[in-house]
Design a protein around this ligand. Structure first.
Ligand SMILES: Cc1cc2nc3c(=O)[nH]c(=O)nc-3n(C[C@H](O)[C@H](O)[C@H](O)COP(=O)(O)OP(=O)(O)OC[C@H]3O[C@@H](n4cnc5c(N)ncnc54)[C@H](O)[C@@H]3O)c2cc1C
Length: 445
């Protein structure tokens, strides 16, 4: 088949947050391995760059290209399920939502942990080190048991904990730099319910008792509301009890988000209002404690209803109090109209070469500035201050979110950086899978 008939011109890609867009020369949605191979062969002959896209949920320019863009949305089938061992093998473009809502429940299985949204591809999550929260739970990549990857020359490499181990540890968080991930074998667990309690506390109280919070619940996180001393604590544990979830008709999440969007728009013109708004919302939305029991995946996920700029870093867990108090001090000293929430989550260390949690029990801190009605909101000074604090504390940025870190700095952050680059050079010698983002963060090969 002719490559022109496989690809489409004029496709405009925009990421979920609508902060980055690009127009690839050709956009492909291959349906077979043979078609994918043909696209890569043509790209090699014509010296084109190739970028694979999952669901476009990364907040940065991670998937932007002006050459060839390949969507893996048609690679969404289940290859095999081993119910006894709680393992699934799937094509890599499959959406986490389809897995968690349709496929896994049919087999009595579930993800052990998830990020806040599931409208994302499994491969996209793995490539960026997507994480949820829980002191004994790693990034999603740490549940990967095996991968099949098509490299630039159309060859398929199989790798796992047992086979091609170094390639495996590089590929489990690889930003798409090694090739096209075709299939993923993933460790799940028997389906479970979570009991989550939510209550308001003070920041100092939570920081003083951090270790006991992390160890006394499966999935602990908290959000701090800037310009207040308040945090909202969420603690979730596995439980065998029926589902019990009551959402109030008025103060439910969706209504709250729409009200928030309107108020944020007003506060964009009168920034000093923001401080009072945060206090008001802290009281309106979070002052009442709440208990729910629900399916695990429903407790992990949130409805993210409107666009935002986002920056997130992982720091060693023992630095949590130091960096949060420094951030609070900076916001208050500079009277910066920081939006809420600042989300704080905990992730277990792993051995994946480019995982932000590599060899580091981590605290992830996520700051955001909403973009009410898609409006630009100044955030750059806040971003720079936060990045400086996190760099000083030995942090590593989330790959899918905003950051200003470049290859020379990453080299010092990641002990296995050189090993990763050697593997990338071997499997992609002509840097076919590099786009401007990867040239910045990984170098040009
Ligand atoms: C509302 C919202 C909430 C979020 N919440 C969280 C959260 O709680 N925790 C968290 O850690 N992150 C979170 N994220 C970030 C998100 O998990 C990551 O951006 C993830 O990568 C999105 O998956 P995707 O399918 O959209 O990937 P894309 O953004 O499309 O791609 C991400 C990377 O994966 C590569 N890639 C995708 N598929 C393949 C493939 N088959 N082969 C090779 N490379 C591939 C791409 O080239 C790119 O480098 C959130 C994002 C949004 C928008």
């Amino acid at each position: 088949m002719d490559i022109q008939s496989l690809g489409r011109t004029g496709h405009l890609f925009t990421n979920w947050a609508t902060t980055y867009s690009c127009q690839p020369e050709l956009h492909f949605e291959p349906e077979t391995e043979e078609q994918l191979k043909q696209i890569l062969n043509t790209a090699q002959i014509k010296n084109k760059k190739v970028k694979v896209v999952g669901c476009g949920h990364s907040f940065s320019d991670l998937v932007c290209t002006t050459d060839y863009m390949i969507s893996m949305k048609n690679f969404d089938r289940v290859i095999s399920i081993d119910k006894e061992a709680c393992k699934i093998k799937v094509q890599a473009g499959i959406e986490v939502k389809k897995l968690k809502d349709e496929i896994l429940p049919q087999h009595g299985l579930a993800f052990s942990v998830l990020g806040s949204v599931s409208e994302v591809s499994l491969a996209g999550c793995i490539c960026t080190g997507t994480h949820g929260t829980g002191g004994n739970y790693g990034v999603l990549s740490s549940y990967v048991l095996g991968l099949e990857i098509m490299t630039a020359n159309g060859e398929i490499i199989e790798c796992s904990k047992e086979k091609n181990q170094e390639v495996f540890l590089a590929a489990c968080c690889s930003l798409g730099a090694l090739g096209v991930i075709m299939s993923v074998t993933f460790q799940c667990e028997p389906a479970f319910h979570l009991h989550q309690s939510q209550y308001r506390d003070t920041l100092n109280n939570v920081l003083d008792n951090l270790d006991s919070h992390i160890t006394s619940s499966d999935h602990f996180r908290f959000v701090w509301i800037p310009h207040t001393d308040h945090v909202v604590v969420y603690k979730a544990n596995r439980i065998s009890a029926p589902i019990c979830r009551k959402d109030s008709w008025f103060w439910n999440y969706a209504v709250g988000c729409h009200m928030l969007q309107f108020c944020l728009l007003i506060s964009a013109f009168f920034t000093s209002l923001l401080i009072y708004m945060n206090r008001l919302f802290s009281w309106l939305l979070f002052s009442k404690p709440k208990e729910i029991v629900d399916r695990g995946d429903r407790v992990f996920n949130l409805d993210c209803l409107f666009q935002q700029y986002v920056m997130e870093w992982a720091v060693p867990r023992e630095k949590t109090a130091e960096v949060l108090l420094e951030l609070k001090d900076w916001i208050e000293t500079n009277q910066f109209p920081a939006h809420f929430p600042v989300e704080v989550r905990f992730v277990m260390a792993d051995n994946i070469y480019l995982s932000p949690a590599y060899n580091m029990d981590s605290c992830y801190i996520n700051i955001l500035m909403f973009r009410p009605y898609n409006k630009y909101v100044p955030h750059e000074t806040y971003w720079n201050a936060f990045q400086d604090i996190m760099l000083r504390a030995g942090g590593r940025p989330h790959w899918a979110k905003d950051h200003g870190v470049v290859a020379d700095q990453f080299r010092k952050m990641y002990p296995k950086w050189t090993k990763f680059c050697e593997i990338a050079q071997k499997v992609d010698p002509h840097a076919m899978f590099r786009n401007p983002n990867l040239e910045r963060v990984l170098g040009r090969n």
